[in-house]
Design a protein around this ligand. Structure first.
Ligand code: PRP
Ligand code: URA
Length: 208
């Protein structure tokens, strides 16, 4: 059964408050989204697989641990792109796959328009990243696509989520853990998260 993990950390709470403010400029918004994503990734990757490796230090031969599993960062375009650099800074060897999905503004239905994914989805830890989990439609579609291509270990990483979206992801993909910096109150009648932070893609890229 999947789990919801909501980060309860003063640094994350403080940074999130900053990007919620309507007055926060694009540059600060973009930097802070990456900072939060990086902080979250440190904890989310706690169960990465390790293997023994024998190395020489300047003093002795010793058996130590190294990563035995790849990390794939898979942003849902566009807004997911805003989280990639922050995670990639922590895991420079991570490969990056892209899934293009936008939400139809009238129906709120997810529309897929692009995908380009690395080889090895079966064994990697696949981090699907998107700042916003609203109805859950976009995340569910992205996870469905990854599973169809063989992905086994998938984690959904969002900054702000609505209870409706969390429920929908749990129902559609009970094996996928959901990580949020904040679980907000609800969706409004336009499908925006309340209190939320507005349209994450527009705020990241300055398009509105
Ligand atoms: C936003 C957001 C998520 C989606 C969440 O993307 O980045 O992908 O909406 O909503 P949902 O949970 O109801 O599917 P949007 O469709 O605005 O596209 P964009 O990232 O290109 O701006
Ligand atoms: N997408 C966003 O960017 N913001 C919301 O509040 C909901 C969906």
């Amino acid at each position: 059964m999947s789990k919801l993990h909501v980060f309860n950390h003063p640094l994350i709470s403080h940074k999130l408050t900053n990007i919620r403010k309507v007055t926060t400029a694009t540059k600060d918004f973009r930097e802070t989204v990456n900072e939060i994503a990086g902080l979250m990734a440190y904890e989310i990757t706690r169960d990465l697989k390790l293997q023994d490796v024998t190395i020489e230090t300047p003093v002795a031969t010793t058996t130590q641990k190294e990563l035995a599993q790849e990390v794939f960062i898979i942003p849902i375009l566009r807004a997911g792109l805003g989280m990639v650099d922050g995670i990639n800074r922590l895991i420079p060897t991570a490969k990056i796959g892209h899934i293009g999905i936008y939400r139809d503004e009238e129906t709120l239905e997810p529309k897929e328009y692009f995908s380009k994914l690395p080889q090895g989805l079966e064994t990697a830890m696949n981090l699907v990243v998107d700042p916003m989990l609203a109805t859950g439609g976009s995340a569910i579609a992205a996870i469905t696509m990854l599973k169809a291509r063989g992905a086994q270990t998938i984690k959904l990483v969002c900054l702000v989520g609505a209870p409706e979206g969390v429920e929908a992801v749990h129902a559609a993909h009970p094996d996928v853990d959901v990580y949020l910096a904040s679980l907000d109150e609800k969706l409004n009648d336009k499908g925006y998260i309340v209190p939320g932070l507005g349209d994450a893609g527009d705020r990241l890229f300055g398009t509105k």
